[in-house]
Design a protein around this ligand. Structure first.
Ligand code: ZN
Ligand code: ZN
Length: 176
């Protein structure tokens, strides 16, 4: 998901290129995404390259109830502007860089010295923004039993019955 944008950067404003993404993966300590497919459109702006990407992908997280894998199909539209690090593109591009850095907020995305534009972090952030706050392995995950630690999806435990026991015991006591 890295594109060389030398030609775009030296081309006319508004010129664009479209690429397709097929079955890519992004690995990150905060979670992996697989099966990423969609398209990427790169457009030359007066300051750099504008990225618009629409992708679907599969996120793998931990189920918030039972800690099994929670697999979610995600769809996102990403729009970000990339600024060129390369000062040798002519047309005042190094000035442009200083101007951009001079802004209060330093941009997050850059075209590197070799004019390569890496879309993965922008797309990863887009997919993360679509990831549910409370991922579940299945719609009605039964979770882990707080008493015995058993995963109740696969192996129902007897704790619920035991938890009723004290009340039953009290009733029996009352009867006696
Ligand atoms: Zn679960
Ligand atoms: Zn239990």
């Amino acid at each position: 998901m890295i594109y060389n944008v030398t030609a775009l950067l030296s081309g006319e404003l508004g010129a664009s290129r479209v690429y397709s993404i097929e079955d890519e993966s992004i690995s990150h300590e905060d979670g992996d995404f697989h099966g990423i497919s969609g398209d990427v459109k790169l457009t030359r702006t007066d300051r750099g390259i504008f990225l618009r990407s629409e992708v679907t992908g599969v996120g793998v997280n931990e189920c918030s109830r039972c800690l099994d894998s929670a697999i979610t199909v995600l769809h996102t539209v990403v729009e970000d502007e990339y600024f060129p690090l390369n000062g040798d593109l002519g047309a005042g591009s190094s000035l442009l860089r200083q101007e951009v850095i001079g802004e209060e907020e330093i941009p997050e995305f850059w075209v590197d010295e070799a004019n390569d534009l890496d879309t993965s972090e922008a797309i990863r952030q887009g997919l993360i923004s679509e990831t549910p706050m409370v991922p579940l392995c299945r719609p009605h995950c039964a979770g882990i039993c707080p008493e015995c630690g058993t995963n109740k999806n696969t192996n129902p435990c007897a704790c619920d019955i035991e938890m009723i026991d004290p009340r039953l015991a009290a009733l029996l006591e009352f009867k006696n």
